[in-house]
Design a protein around this ligand. Sequence first.
Ligand SMILES: Cc1cc2nc3c(=O)[nH]c(=O)nc-3n(C[C@H](O)[C@H](O)[C@H](O)COP(=O)(O)OP(=O)(O)OC[C@H]3O[C@@H](n4cnc5c(N)ncnc54)[C@H](O)[C@@H]3O)c2cc1C
Length: 460
Amino acid sequence: MTTQLVWFRNDLRLADHAALIAAAARGPVVALFVLDDETPAAWRMGAAQRWWLHHSLTSLGRSIAERGGRLILRRGRAGPIVRALAAALGAQVHTLIHHEPWAAVQAAEAGAVTEHLGVTLAPPESVLSGTGGRYRIFTPWWKKLLEQMPPPRPLPVPEVRWADVGSIASDDLASLGLLPTAPDWSGGFSDWQPGEAGAAARLTDFARRAARYDASRNLPSVEGTSRLSPHLALGEVSPNAAWHVIADAVGETVAEPYLRELGWRDFAANIIEQFPDHGDSPNREAFNRFPFVDDPAGLKAWCHGQTGYPIVDAGMRQLWATGWMHNRVRMITASFLVKHQLIDWRHGERWFWDCLVDADYGSNAQGWQWVMGSGVDSSPFNRIFAPIGQSAKFDAADYIRRWVPELAKLPDDLIHAPWEAGVGLIRAGVKLGRDYPAPIVNHEAARARALQAWAAVKAG
Ligand SMILES: Cc1cc2nc3c(=O)[nH]c(=O)nc-3n(C[C@H](O)[C@H](O)[C@H](O)COP(=O)(O)OP(=O)(O)OC[C@H]3O[C@@H](n4cnc5c(N)ncnc54)[C@H](O)[C@@H]3O)c2cc1C
């Protein structure tokens, strides 16, 4: 029987993995992962996700070893490595289809590869309008996708006959250098459990809370969302499994708000297939003329959670400490950077890319272009999030206390805008400018400046 090479990419699981299932049915299997920093070039995996990848590969390698196989690790340009190994083994290659622009390059360079579905709920090219075109607006796209839903039920880990790979060279995981050293900033990542078992445990835990998702998903102080995004980004659980576990737990109607968010992930794949440079170029041409300011000090203050706006600083510190940020706060922090500070969205996007354990090229670019107003489906530029109003509306006081402990003693009604707290600050023992920064911009003035910048762009 012909040897089958399963080329794992950001789909680090054994269950519901169509490439592994197809390979296992055809012959003895060799499992391969290639750390490829070359093909994605500027979009090579960021630092926080590399931490995740290290642990995810440990987990996958262990699962394969427990079943009698061995995960081969290599580093370099994936396509030629896969092609050479397949030639040396006389193997057929199987992998899952990924939608990032570099994934297609990798597959083309790898030679004869059989690509399987499993990264999205449905193949992006299968969701077409009545005239056969691709959608660029979420709501009609979602309606159309629903015609194909539910997705196929997830399949279990297949019986695999692992090939004897004793003579095949493999890099040592440690030699890939994925973990941070000097300094090791990953201390706050200990709540995560990367790997397929961790993903399954998180999904089971969320299934118990899923009925409350719609009511709590916008509240950063509460654990209202699934926090499954890093597991989905590295493919430790399939979106089909997430769909079915949650729909089975609470019923499709109650699950709809959550399933719709899973839909946004598919929609991002649909967008980057149409606009491969979505991470670098605005969809709306006018935004190429936007008068961004060059403000390295302002960017640094934003990155390090030192803007003087508690909700913004809490989010940026949560991101740095844990590699994740609540979705509502992602929108607020992103809006603050591009509209209050007038800093180019691509700086923020890059920072997120490096700091997020769930970094996903399509979802990240889509999130940033949505906030900027430059995406095909996005919030209009003149919708400027008021950070203080958002912070109060979504009850972020406890969230701020956790991530901005300097302000912990301020009462709920004063914590969102400490510069207005008056004697409240004295009572809480906080001196602005000493214990916590004064706001780096004035909200009303910044808003007016942003609208002026936008008016100039529109005027051409
Ligand atoms: C500026 C900005 C940048 C973002 N960057 C990323 C990113 O790099 N990677 C990423 O996975 N998400 C990104 N998002 C989307 C969203 O914030 C996260 O997916 C979500 O916070 C993950 O938390 P969760 O798993 O608890 O989500 P849940 O609310 O439980 O949602 C379920 C799943 O749906 C998907 N999802 C939810 N919201 C979105 C969305 N708006 N777009 C695409 N998929 C979504 C995620 O896979 C998530 O796990 C970004 C949003 C913004 C505004």
